[in-house]
Design a protein around this ligand. Structure first.
Ligand SMILES: Cc1ncc(COP(=O)(O)O)c(C=O)c1O
Length: 454
């Protein structure tokens, strides 16, 4: 007979539902295996201090749901198929679904108070109608605020109707690529990506309909001559801070890239994922501002605020933007509206800019501390891509294994990812290190510990 540990609060009411809920959870979690026999209702009622009828009713409910079976003479047992109902809820990873990323911002710095105030403002000013399905392209005030913000901060050239609110860069890219690939089943688009590139994005790109061609990145960014040889119809680039190398696309290459797009009619997908964080001089404007008719600019609040908000944008050329909006309508009718109003308020009130200014200063201190610590304790390591963003690209001396460094770094409290999975051809060994969550005072001891371990 199954040994049950049910916790039932007899003073709370709904005792039948409580017992049923506890038993259901026990079956789902495998604590009650298929075929296990349950106590007689009389015995369980006595153990729990409830009336027998309550237990009988709870058993009946679970029999009706298919968790239990009841046969005269054989008592009540867990149904044979009950275990196949899927994983128990508490086996879900509690957080960090994709593991630690080098590019994640310091989430302890999320502006909780300001976000709360913005939510409160949204909820107290939204009309009742605003809780309905909104424009699938996003609520108008957010589209206007984002268009103005991107014009100011990224030198983008945007008409608000060409800005579509999406659930992050990831969704923006998925929708855009699906449209480029075309409507017919199985149709694909030849998409050039930088080499090295964000390996995590690859499944998203290919499942959206992209056949990838890898184009090398050098000290100036993507090699546009090599790109021209691929006959790709679109290219995905990270011009402000190449992921993962951190190279900023040079002025010459920017011009070459846009000339290539104009000549071939290709679309440039600009992933502007961490462009707000440029430390040593003013940010370089986005490519979209150079030629709004050839670029789809994708960005999000994942770095400035938090990835969990799942709020971003696609700014697409006129006409194409309407197709993105329609695709969002076909997919899921748009992003949650309350958060959109809250973000609009954060932007309009200047709080978003204030938060960014503070974080830019803070991240610059962290970068400086990390870079100085590497110079002091690991002088044979070469740190690249320091001008912007939340990560640097650390090239390793010959013979040093990426995996070993990443592991030792983690042990020392530094987030580091091997670069090999991001490359399509052999190159100098490197790890991608996130400095955003390493406070300045911890950088030196952490890097010293890493050096000692190696
Ligand atoms: C290269 C790159 N692009 C985009 C993103 C952000 O994606 P999203 O806006 O969907 O959170 C990340 C996040 O880690 C990234 O590394």
């Amino acid at each position: 007979m199954a040994d049950l540990h049910l916790s039932v609060d007899r003073t709370a009411g709904g005792v039948t539902a409580q017992i049923a809920g506890e038993l259901r959870a026990a079956v789902r979690q495998g604590r009650l295996a298929p075929g296990a026999r349950l106590p007689a209702s009389r015995d369980l009622a006595r153990d729990l201090g409830v009336s027998r009828g309550v237990v009988v009713e709870a058993y009946e409910r679970l029999v009706a749901e298919g968790f239990l079976i009841s046969r005269v003479g054989a008592g009540t047992r867990v149904a044979p198929a009950a275990a196949a109902r899927g994983p128990a809820h508490d086996t879900m990873p509690p957080h960090a679904y994709h593991g630690e990323r080098a590019t994640t911002p310091d989430l302890t710095e999320f502006p909780r108070e300001r976000w709360l105030a913005a939510l409160r403002h949204a909820l107290s000013t939204m009309t009742s109608d605003a809780f309905d399905y909104s424009d699938p392209g996003g609520v108008p005030c957010l589209r206007r605020e984002l268009a103005a913000y991107l014009g100011r901060v990224r030198a983008a050239d945007i008409v608000p109707t060409d800005l579509i609110v999406v659930g992050g860069v990831a969704q923006g890219l998925a929708i855009t690529i699906r449209l480029l690939a075309g409507e017919s089943p199985g149709s694909r688009v030849r998409l050039a990506v930088e080499d090295p590139t964000a390996a995590r994005q690859v499944p998203l790109l290919t499942s959206s309909g992209a056949d990838l061609v890898h184009v090398p990145v050098d000290d100036e960014g993507i090699d546009v001559e090599a790109l021209a040889r691929t006959r790709a119809r679109a290219v995905l680039v990270t011009p402000a801070h190449q992921y993962p190398t951190g190279v900023v696309l040079s002025p010459g290459r920017r011009a070459d890239l846009m000339a290539w797009a104009a000549e071939t009619g290709a679309l440039v997908l600009e992933d502007d994922y961490d462009a707000e964080f440029r430390f040593d001089r003013d940010p370089v404007g986005c490519l979209q501002g150079l030629d709004p008719g050839r670029v789809a600019l994708c960005g999000s609040v994942s770095k400035p605020l938090a990835p969990g908000l799942r709020l971003g944008w696609v700014v697409a050329p006129r006409g194409f933007s309407e197709r993105v909006r329609q695709a969002r309508a076909d997919l899921d009718l748009g992003s949650p509206v309350i958060e959109q109003y809250a973000l609009a308020h954060l932007l309009a009130s200047g709080e978003y800019d204030r938060h960014l200014r503070r974080m830019r200063r803070e991240y610059r201190r962290r970068r400086d501390a990390f870079v100085a610590a590497v110079a002091a304790h690991l002088p044979e390591f070469r740190v690249r891509g320091v001008a912007a963003g939340l990560h640097v690209y650390v090239e390793l001396p010959e013979g040093t294994r990426e995996e070993r460094v990443a592991e030792a770094a983690r042990d020392a409290g530094i987030i580091a990812e091997p670069a090999a999975p991001m490359r399509s051809r052999p190159d100098v060994g490197a790890v991608v290190v996130g400095f955003a969550r390493l406070p300045p005072h911890r950088a030196d001891p952490a890097v010293r510990a890493l050096a000692a371990a190696l």
